[in-house]
Design a protein around this ligand. Structure first.
Ligand code: GLN
Length: 448
C-alpha cells in the first residue's frame, strides 16, 4: 500500500498537498470530534506548505525517498518548532529548538510531519491511559485501549490520520500498540537508530522505531532513520547486538524458533494455530530462553533508576513545573521507586543485579540464535482491556512480559498482525539479532 502510494506521488497521480489535506480532513472529522480518537496533541502548521514545496521538488525530479508521505511523531521526539511534551504537564510548553536526528533524516527525504502524537506520560505505560491530555482510543473499537505507550502513533496510523508514524520502545511501547491496533511495529536493535533528540525513559533500553499498516511501510521508514549518527555514540556498530556474522544467514533458509510462554487462553490457541501453518511450510522448533521469566523483575528496576535520574532535569527551573508537582501516579511511582533503589545505602545493589541478569538474558538469546534465526511468540499475552477498567498493577506490568526481553537483549523485534480473536487483532512477535532477519522472516510469514 505505502509503496503503491509512493509511486502514485512520484507519478503525480496524487499530489503531496492532496495527501496531507486528505489526512487533515480525517483528523478534523474523527480525532477531537466524531470518534474522538485523541491521537494527536498538536497538528503541524507547516504541513500543507511543506507538501506544496515537496510537490515542486517532485515536479523537478529532485524529491527524496519519502516524498509526500505523511508522518506522525510521538510526543517524546523533538521536532523543531513543535511541542515535545511527553504528554506531561511538566513539559506542556516545551517547544523544541531542534530536530531529532530521525526527524532530520525524514525531512531530508521529503517526508511530511503532520503532527505530534499522544502517548503515555513520559512513555511510562501500557495502555495509552496515562497521558495528561486524556486517553487515546483504539480505532478498531473505541471502548478499548489502543495499547501504549506509543498510543497516539498507533491510533493515528490505524485511523487513517497519516501514512506512517514514529514511536519509541523501551519495553514494548511500539509493539504493544501495534498488536492491539492491527499494525506492523518495529523495535530496532539497540544502536540501530539514533536516539539524539529522544527524551529518555530509560536510556540503556530506549529505541525509536516505526509503525505502519503494512510491512513495506514499516521497513521503508526504518531504512531512512537507521544508521550511525555521530550525535549518538550508542549507534556505533560495536554496540550492535548482532555480533555474529549475518552474511552466512542470507545463504540458507530461515529456521524459525518459538517460545512457549504464559498467555491468555485465546491468545495461546491462536498462536498454536498459526505455528502449525508456519510449521507446514518451514522448519520450526521450540526454543527456551533461560531467565526470560525474570525479564519483568529485571526490566523495571533498570527503568525506575534510569528514569528517576533522567527526570532530575525537570526541576522547574528550565522547562516548566516541577515534575513531582504535576505528574500522574504512574510517573510518580517510578520517581519514588527509582529514588528508593538508588539510595546510597543500597550501593546500587538492585541496579547492578538487574544489569547482571540483563546480560545473562542477552547471552541466552545470542546462544539460541546459533540454532534458529528468529524467535516467534505472541506480542502481548492478553487482549486489550476497556478504557478506564481497573487493572491490578502486577497484571499491567505483565503486559510487557513478552516484549521487554528484546529490549534487555538489545535485539530487533517486530509485531505483525497475524492473528485475531473476535475481530480483535493479536500481534505475532518476531525477534532476531538484527532487522534484516526480522524483515526476511516477516516476509515469509506474510506470504503464507
Ligand atoms: N510498558 C513499559 C513501561 O511502562 C514499556 C514502556 C515503553 O516501552 N516505553 O515501562
Amino acid at each position: 500500500m505505502i509503496i503503491e502510494k509512493l509511486k502514485q506521488l512520484r507519478n503525480k497521480e496524487i499530489s503531496a498537498e492532496e495527501n496531507v489535506k486528505g489526512f487533515l480532513k480525517e483528523i478534523e472529522k474523527n480525532d477531537k470530534k466524531g470518534k474522538k480518537i485523541n491521537a494527536f496533541l498538536e497538528i503541524g502548521k507547516n504541513a500543507v506548505n511543506d507538501a506544496k514545496e515537496t510537490d515542486k521538488k517532485i515536479k523537478s525530479g529532485k524529491a527524496g525517498k519519502l516524498a509526500g508521505l505523511v508522518i506522525g511523531v510521538k510526543a517524546n521526539i523533538n521536532v523543531k518548532g513543535m511541542h515535545a511534551s511527553c504528554a506531561s504537564l511538566t513539559l506542556k510548553d516545551y517547544k523544541c529548538g531542534y530536530d531529532a536526528s530521525v526527524i532530520k533524516e525524514i525531512k531530508d527525504e521529503d517526508g511530511i510531519i503532520i503532527g505530534i502524537c499522544n502517548m503515555d506520560e513520559f512513555a511510562c505505560g501500557f495502555s495509552g491511559e496515562t497521558s495528561a491530555f486524556g486517553a487515546t482510543k483504539n480505532p478498531l473499537n473505541t471502548n478499548l485501549i489502543p495499547g501504549g505507550s506509543s498510543s497516539g502513533s498507533a491510533a493515528a496510523v490505524a485511523s487513517g490520520f497519516c501514512d506512517l508514524a514514529l514511536g519509541s520502545d523501551t519495553g514494548g511501547s511500539i509493539r504493544n500498540p501495534a498488536s492491539h491496533c492491527g499494525l506492523y511495529g518495529l523495535k530496532p536493535a539497540y544502536g540501530s537508530v539514533s536516539r539524539y533528540g529522544l527524551i529518555d525513559l530509560a536510556m540503556s533500553l530506549d529505541q525509536i522505531g516505526t509503525l505502519a499498516s503494512d510491512l513495506e511501510g514499516c521497513r521503508l521508514l526504518f531504512d531512512i532513520i537507521k544508521g550511525k549518527d555521530e550525535k549518538d555514540a550508542t549507534t556505533s556498530p560495536f554496540h550492535r547486538a548482532s555480533e555474529l556474522d549475518s552474511e552466512h544467514r542470507k545463504k540458507k533458509d530461515i529456521v524459525f524458533g518459538y517460545l512457549n510462554l504464559p498467555c491468555d487462553k485465546d491468545v495461546k490457541n491462536e498462536f498454536e494455530i498459526l505455528l502449525k501453518k508456519i510449521g507446514d511450510r518451514y522448519k520450526i522448533k521450540l526454543v527456551k530462553i533461560n531467565y526470560i521469566d525474570l525479564a519483568i523483575a529485571t526490566y523495571f528496576p533498570l527503568v525506575y533508576v534510569e528514569f528517576y535520574s533522567a527526570t532530575r532535569r525537570f526541576d522547574g527551573r528550565k522547562y516548566g513545573a516541577r515534575i513531582e508537582e504535576v505528574c500522574g501516579p504512574e510517573v510518580m511511582r517510578r520517581i519514588i521507586g527509582g529514588r528508593m533503589i538508588s539510595k546510597a545505602e543500597h550501593a546500587s545493589r538492585y541496579y547492578r543485579k538487574s544489569l547482571a541478569v540483563k546480560e545473562l538474558i542477552r547471552k541466552e538469546f545470542l546462544q539460541v540464535f546459533k540454532n534458529v534465526d528468529c524467535i516467534l511468540s505472541p506480542t502481548v499475552p492478553r487482549l486489550p482491556h476497556e478504557i478506564g477498567a481497573s487493572i491490578k498493577i502486577e497484571d499491567m506490568y505483565n503486559y510487557d512480559a513478552l516484549t521487554s526481553p528484546a529490549n534487555l537483549a538489545g535485539i530487533a523485534a517486530l509485531s505483525m498482525p497475524k492473528m485475531s480473536v473476535n475481530g480483535l487483532p493479536i500481534g505475532l512477535q518476531i525477534q532476531a539479532e538484527n532487522e534484516d532477519i526480522v524483515f526476511k522472516a516477516a516476509g515469509l510469514i506474510e506470504s503464507l
